[in-house]
Design a protein around this ligand. Sequence first.
Ligand SMILES: *Cc1c(COP(=O)(O)O)cnc(C)c1O
Length: 231
Amino acid sequence: MIDYSIFEQNLSAVRARMVQACERSGRPVDAVRLLPVTKNHPVAAVEYVLRSGMGAVGENRVQEAADKHSSCNTGLQWELIGHLQSNKAQDAVAIFDRIQSVDSLKLLRRLDRFAGEQDKTLAILLQCNTGEDPNKHGFKVSEADLVLETALGLEHLRVDGLMTIAPLSENPDVARAAFEALRCLRDSLTERFAVPLPELSMGMTGDLEAAIAAGSTQIRVGTALFGEREY
Ligand SMILES: *Cc1c(COP(=O)(O)O)cnc(C)c1O
C-alpha cells in the first residue's frame, strides 16, 4: 500500500484533471464528484479516504466491503459498483448506501424486497451497457424503458440515475460514444418518465476526461489514487 503522502499527491493530481476537464467542457468544477474506489486494496485505503475528508468509497464485492465496513465505518457512504449476484442481495442492502450496478429485473425486485424488510429506502443506479461490450454487465439501451418503469414502481428503491463502464479500447472515441449514449439515454428517460435521474456515474482512471466532457456527475477512480490493485 502506498504512503498517505503519495495518496495526497495522487488526489491532487486527479482533482487537477477534473478541474481541467470541467473547464474544457464549460462545466462548473463542482458539477462532478469523485468516488474513490478502494476495491482490492487493504482497509488502509478506506482510512486514507476518511482522513482526506472525502465521504464515500466504491467497492465491487460484498464480502470484501463487509470486512472493511466492520473495521472502518465512521460515517462513510458505501457504494457498490460491481456486479451483484442475487443471492448476495440481502447482505448488500445491509452494507451499502447505494448500489450502482443494478443490472437485472430480478435483482431490482430482490433489492426492493430486502430494503423493505430492512426498513430502508435504497438508492440505486441502473447500469446500462451503452458500449455494447459483451464482457460487461448492464441493461441494453432497448431494455431501459421497462427497467425504469419497473424500478419506479418499487416502493423501497430510489432511482438516482444511470451508470456505465466504457469498453476498454485504444480508440478514445469508443469510450466517448458510450458516455454520450448514457447521457442521451438519461435525457430521453427523464423526458418520457418525468423523473429527474440526476446522477450519471461514468469515467474511471483512463477515461475520466471523456466522461466529464459527456456530462458525468460522478467519476469512479481507483488506480490513479491508490496505484495498481494489490489483489
Ligand atoms: C475498478 C472499477 C473502477 C475504478 O477503475 P480504475 O481504472 O482503477 O480507476 C471504476 N468503476 C468500476 C465499476 C470498477 O469496477
